[in-house]
Design a protein around this ligand. Structure first.
Ligand SMILES: O=c1[nH]c(=O)c2nc[nH]c2[nH]1
Ligand SMILES: [Zn+2]
Length: 431
């Protein structure tokens, strides 16, 4: 059955870093959904003519956007959000890893998984690349919870075999066996995909990185994700642990882990050769602006990434980040670039692109999601201003689509994700 959504529709089917006309807006727009796909987009009157019999859902209060894409978020860390006053390595040791160690308890893991996917959806995220758990059972729970609600999920069991805490350490042999089982069970099942996920080079021996390489060779359509160049002390330690490495990226590249299916989180302190190599390999970066500020990692050198042609999308990086909202991450990216000495002048179109299509492309899903182009999956969100809020005033009085989008990102805290469609089906937002 075809359904029509009517309202203000905004998306960025093109890249605003390359063209001035990337933002497409329909002030009284129509979006036709059928069999999980978008089948038409245009002015409401045009779309109505194509589907005169279809039921219409009136979404004229607020705005319809593509589902948001989070390229980096940690499933076990919802309850870590807000731990102030740390930098990366002491934040991991004192606040994050103790909680992650508790996910050996399957009952807790199931509860956290349901909570986590519910929070992604409530914030309008319909596709996510997720850091799983160090435990196989907990990671299976994450896949199960995503499947239950219909979230598009790429995730994997984290592997580490040194320098964290003993409960979180695996061995190369065990990690291979456990990951193999998860890949067989979940990779390619519905909207689930598997990502090989060493936590970071600091906590992975060469033997473990070899296992990651073997898995990617045995299953060339797997994804790969990890962290890189987040914090200066981390970078120094990695250089000591891999004395042969030319730079941080080399520790992954030596094992064939830097490809166009790779997403590396942060990259706040890259060298020029690393940026050149990332561009050459077409690997993508998950830019996590609120996390970079919150754990004091530094400001993302966006201009250098653009100059080299390195792809990047947005990541909430919960729980180093300050919450699940990618609208907020858009604002944080904007603010950080305003502070940076050679910051990029971002527009509302850039922020929407980074929160949607750029992320989809980083995950290799640019043909499937990220914009409302007909033929793509009907992953759509309806965002409304809270009654009585400044954002509502803006929605009543602004008539430029671009200005409205700017106020939506700026006043994101007054926006409510009212409804989410996953492949055309309305998802429950209360769990
Ligand atoms: O922001 C981060 N969050 C983490 O959990 C983590 N682990 C390694 N490096 C990390 N960075
Ligand atoms: Zn992270």
């Amino acid at each position: 059955m075809t359904v029509l959504l009517r309202g203000l529709i905004l998306h960025t089917p093109q890249n605003p870093f390359r063209t001035d006309r990337a933002l497409e807006a329909f002030s009284d727009g129509g979006l036709a959904l059928r069999d999980g796909q978008i089948v038409a987009l245009g002015s409401f009157s045009e779309v109505r003519k194509q589907y005169p019999e279809a039921p219409v859902q009136d979404c004229r209060e607020g705005v319809l956007l593509p589902g948001l894409v989070d390229t980096h978020v940690h499933y076990p860390q919802t309850r870590v959000i807000g731990a102030m006053g740390y930098s990366l390595l002491d934040w991991l040791e004192k606040r994050t890893l103790p909680l992650e160690a508790r996910l050996s308890d399957n009952k807790l893991a199931r509860e956290l998984a349901r909570e986590f996917v519910g929070l992604l959806l409530r914030n309008g995220t319909t596709t996510a690349l997720v850091f799983g758990s160090h435990f196989q059972g907990a990671t299976a729970n994450l896949f199960g919870a995503a499947e239950d609600v219909g979230l598009r999920l790429i995730a994997g069991q984290i592997c580490s075999d040194r320098m964290l805490r003993p409960e979180l350490h695996t061995t190369p042999e065990r990690s291979y066996a456990e990951q193999k089982m998860l890949i067989q069970r979940f990779h390619g099942r519905g909207k689930l995909r598997y990502a090989v996920t060493p936590r970071f080079a600091l906590s992975a021996s060469e033997g473990l990185l070899e296992v990651c390489q073997t898995l990617l060779q045995e299953h060339p359509d797997l994804h790969f994700t990890t962290h890189i160049n987040e914090n200066l002390e981390e970078i120094r330690t990695v250089a000591e642990l891999f004395p042969w490495s030319r730079h941080y990226l080399h520790t992954y590249d030596r094992f064939g882990l830097v490809t166009e299916r790779s997403v590396l989180a942060h990259n706040v302190h890259p060298t020029e050769p690393e940026l050149a190599r990332l561009a050459e390999a077409r690997a993508a970066i998950a830019h996590c602006p609120s996390s970079n500020a919150f754990i004091g990692s530094g400001i993302f050198p966006m201009n250098r990434h653009l100059r080299h042609g390195v792809r990047f999308g947005l990541g909430s990086d919960v729980g180093g980040g300050t919450g699940f909202s990618l609208l907020k991450e858009g604002l944080m990216a904007y603010l950080a670039q305003r502070y940076a000495p050679e910051g990029v002048r971002l527009t509302p179109a850039h922020l929407l692109y980074l929160a949607t299509l750029a992320g989809a492309e980083a995950l290799g899903l640019g043909e499937t999601v990220g914009s409302l182009t007909p033929g793509k999956a009907a992953d759509v969100i309806w965002v409304k201003p809270e009654p009585g809020s400044a954002l509502e005033v803006h929605f009543r009085h602004l008539d430029s689509a671009e200005d409205l989008l700017g106020s939506l990102f700026t006043l994101h805290g007054e926006a409510q994700v009212h409804q989410v469609w996953l492949e055309g089906r309305a998802a429950p937002l209360v769990f």
